[in-house]
Design a protein around this ligand. Structure first.
Ligand code: HEC
Length: 125
């Protein structure tokens, strides 16, 4: 069996799991309000270009399997910005999307600023 198909299959299989999980009645009390209520009301400045590019790349390639709920669900798996980057790279590789490090970074950065909000201390300790 070809490796690539196996990987894609396991990817899809997990997606079905995710969907089943989301369909459980236990999540009926839908937590639309996030706990991060203490966000400062930021002035409407222009979004950084990296996020714009990242959003485009993401919306064009990534929402057919999972919507953004995946990134904010209670059971989300990402624990750090590095983890998000690795996951973006992984999903892109499964899809045979030929993204360079730069694009992966843009998408990860977009997801992070939009949903995950991890500290992006990539280089400094
Ligand atoms: C072929 C279907 C598919 C596509 C298309 C896809 N993904 Fe995924 N993605 C998955 C699966 C399956 C998971 C694992 C869900 C889980 O862990 O329960 C996942 C998980 C993730 C997560 C982690 C979510 C969490 O738990 O916090 C991120 C981030 C992510 N994908 C980003 C992307 C990005 C960026 C793209 C576009 C390149 C993309 N995905 C396209 C199937 C896909």
């Amino acid at each position: 069996m070809k490796m690539k198909y196996w990987l894609l299959y396991s990817c899809l299989a997990t997606t079905v799991n995710v969907m089943a999980e989301e369909a459980k009645p236990s999540s009926a009390a839908s937590p639309t309000a996030t706990p991060e209520a203490t966000q400062p009301a930021s002035p409407p400045v222009a979004a950084p270009p990296a996020n714009e590019a990242g959003k485009k790349l993401h919306d064009g390639n990534c929402v057919r399997c999972h919507q953004s709920e995946l990134y904010t669900r209670d059971t989300r798996k990402m624990k750090s910005y590095e983890g998000v980057k690795t996951q973006v790279q992984w999903c892109a590789t499964q899809l045979s999307i030929p993204w360079f490090e730069e694009e992966v970074e843009q998408v990860a950065s977009y997801l992070n600023s939009e949903y995950y909000k991890f500290e992006m201390a990539a280089t400094k300790k």
